[in-house]
Design a protein around this ligand. Structure first.
Ligand SMILES: [Zn+2]
Length: 276
């Protein structure tokens, strides 16, 4: 019994000591119970599940390469290129994009069909990249720990990251980013896309496109986004405050060639229970 308590104290102490880090995006101290290595393992695990449930990646090398090349332009100039990001397209009718821990980023063909410029796509990929570099998912997992939902630090499994990862992966889907995290992903994402050479208005356009949809569907697995109208407002403010011009790449032709035309050649995704 004594050994148990010693182990428990050691593991909790270990977690706390390794939990303090500086947020690479805000420069603020962040208390996180998940290391970047843990996030990578969770992402690996979860990405397999996502691909199994939502369907295989889209069967078109040109689309996949194009999406990944734009994602990598953003990852390279982000705060944490060492994470090793991957950007994939899933053949699915929902209008969706999301980031898993460890830099696994997905966008659906349903969302790609709504867009018409590379800068809009860059805006979405940059937003998801910023969620990862700002370690928002690690924040969510830590918050869940601290308020005792799902997991208990006193469960003595705390030291075994392998066991925890499997549990956490099961919990991820129920988590939602906060408004603060969404806004941060929007503004940091905009900074990334500008740095990567794109016009920031691509992101504003994306919000306007989503706004025009009959029914605004959440763009991420585990998120409640601020309404698109609010986002257009603060994104325009961010452009003004940072004196971003409208000079970067728009890429309408590139988008049409690599996405719109290619999507027309794809067979419709299989109608299964996941295609809502
Ligand atoms: Zn988001």
């Amino acid at each position: 019994m004594k050994t148990f308590w010693l182990l428990l104290i050691a593991s909790v102490f270990g977690l706390i000591c390794s939990g303090c880090s500086v947020n690479p995006v805000t420069g603020e101290d962040q208390f996180l119970l998940v290391s970047p290595e843990d996030e990578k393992k969770m992402g690996e695990e979860y990405s397999k599940q996502v691909e199994k449930e939502l369907g295989e990646s889209v069967n078109d090398v040109q689309i996949q390469n194009y999406i990944n090349s734009i994602g990598q332009k953003i990852a390279r100039i982000s705060h944490s290129p060492e994470i090793g990001f991957s950007y994939k397209t899933i053949d699915h009718n929902s209008v969706n994009a999301f980031a898993l821990p460890g830099g696994y980023i997905y966008i659906t063909t349903g969302l790609l069909k709504e867009l018409n410029a590379e800068s809009q796509l860059a805006g979405i990929l940059a937003h998801e990249t910023a969620h990862v570099t700002a370690r928002h998912i690690a924040e969510l997992i830590t918050r869940d720990y601290l308020i005792g939902i799902g997991f208990s630090v006193a469960g003595s499994q705390a030291a075994s990251s392998a066991i925890r990862i499997a549990d956490i992966v099961r919990q991820l889907e129920g988590m939602s980013f906060s408004r603060r995290q969404e806004r941060q992903a929007d503004t940091v994402g905009m900074d990334y896309m500008v740095k990567a050479g794109y016009t920031p208005y691509g992101m504003v356009e994306t919000m306007e496109i989503l706004q025009k949809q009959d029914e605004y569907r959440p763009i991420e697995f585990f998120s409640t986004h601020p309404s698109p109208e609010n986002r257009v407002g603060y994104l325009r403010e961010h452009i003004f405050n940072n004196r971003y011009g409208n000079t970067g790449t728009v890429g309408k032709e590139e988008y049409a060639t690599n996405i719109t035309e290619r999507l027309k050649l794809l067979k419709p995704p299989p109608k299964d229970k996941h295609n809502r």
